[in-house]
Design a protein around this ligand. Structure first.
Ligand code: OGA
Ligand code: NI
Length: 249
């Protein structure tokens, strides 16, 4: 965790640099995506010494967003007709991460993306963005990329793949991307809510029945996440694993 600038999305390098840190330090993930391998890897933060307030400011903000995340998870549970704390147990050893994104101006913005099209793998993402703009969501009805206009003092909430599966598609995770421009740099701060690595993600039992059978096979969150991360720093020949790979037809 810390600074890096060579992340790939959909096998193309993004036009961005980032600083990542965990809200729970240390956090734990499987060492490899292989199902037979039960080795666990410890992740921890690396903070720079300067600027001196950086660490505390980041942690204070992250703690507040974490509270908001739990509030949203509770409201989502209620909206599905479930007890408000129904999802909380999945986050006991969460691997939630905060990212500071910097998208530098790009001389050829028509040739690059700040962040390629993707869906967030976790439960929820809470994004603060500045006034530059660039985040777009794909509208399903006609495949048009719709800008998510920056609104002062507002946060953008993305539903991730995990909630799509838990809710058996009552909620859907949206595909999104970030375009860049040639004049202004852009900053954004997503907080990604990831469940504990050992959680088996599957449609919640209370929501499935004969008329609404489960649309997904259970999968281990940590293994799925680590398999997805395999393509983060190198180009693969094929599209990496997606929740659609667990879909029951
Ligand atoms: C992400 C993301 C949006 C943004 O990092 O997954 O979607 O506005 N970021 O930077
Ligand atoms: Ni995203």
């Amino acid at each position: 965790m810390g600074y890096h600038e060579s992340e790939h999305t959909k096998n193309v390098r993004d036009w961005k640099e980032v600083f990542d840190f965990l809200i729970k330090d240390p956090s734990f993930l499987p060492a490899s995506p292989e199902t037979e391998d039960d080795e666990i890897r410890t992740l921890s933060n690396q903070w720079p010494e300067t600027p001196p307030q950086f660490r505390e400011v980041c942690q204070t903000y992250a703690r507040e967003v974490e509270k908001l995340g739990y509030k949203l998870l509770e409201l989502i549970s209620l909206s599905l007709g479930l007890p408000s704390n129904r999802l909380n147990g999945y986050f006991e050893d969460h691997t939630t991460m905060m990212r500071l994104n910097h998208y530098p101006p790009c001389p050829c913005p028509e040739l690059a993306l700040g962040l390629g099209r993707h869906k967030d793998a976790g439960a929820l993402t809470i994004v603060a963005q500045d006034d530059v703009g660039g985040l777009q969501v794909r509208r399903k009805s006609d495949d048009v990329w719709v800008p998510v206009k920056p609104t002062p003092n507002a946060l953008v909430i993305n539903v991730g793949d995990t909630i799509q599966v838990w809710s058996n598609e009552a909620y859907e995770s949206m595909e999104h991307r970030v375009v860049v421009n040639s004049e202004r740099e852009r900053f954004s701060i997503p907080v990604f809510f990831f469940p504990s690595h050992y959680v088996m993600v599957k449609p919640l039992e209370e929501l499935v029945n004969e008329g609404n059978p489960p649309k997904y096979k259970p999968y281990n969150f940590g293994k799925f996440f680590v398999a997805r991360n395999r393509s983060d720093y190198k180009k693969l020949e094929v599209q990496n694993i997606q929740i659609s790979d667990f879909k029951i037809i």
